[in-house]
Write a new protein. Sequence first.
Length: 228
Amino acid sequence: MITLEALSRSHGSRVLWKDLDLAVEAGRTLALVGASGSGKTTLLNCMGLLDEPDFGRILFEGTDLTRAGPGRRRRFRRDHLGYLFQDYALVENATVRANLDIARRRGSGLDHERALERVGMAGRARERTHHLSGGERQRVALARLLVKGPSLVLADEPTGALDEDNTGAVVELLHRMSREGRAVVIATHDERVRDACDTVLDLGPSRNTVVGAGSGKPLEGGDHGSEG
């Protein structure tokens, strides 16, 4: 799915990661862990073509994205990439439905109703997002991913502001996306999220190593809907 070859990045004189080799296959979850400032978000942004590495290559399904022009990069982000932000990245004064409309394209993922049902937000399409709790906003952001139907999901601290129940629900939904054939990469400080992933990568200038695998099982808990 997505492969990093000898990827390196520095911030000023500080090395974030060097000669990083990594492959994330469809149907797998990867947790990026490390101290604050270790470059987890920077790596996600490089994978999503929102930032650039200093050296190395990023390949998606065999295509070298680091050499791609603006048009190919836009198509990659439009057709294949889904990004889940810690701050939700919703249009706050718009309705839930309007936020889902942003992601909709022909032949992509679920329709609005099924997406909202899956994340436990059925019947709430007309509500304005600024009236929702943090956990509900993150569920709307997840529903937006389901509507888009990306093959690669990048999640930056998706549970950082959530309580235990909502954390369990979000992680279970991300795991369901991976079981449906998507590659899912999660930057996290949360040990519960880390332990639920298939593989764990510890980032740092002298590490950049796969330090182990989690259970590959979603967390227990979380009150969310199901879509049959």
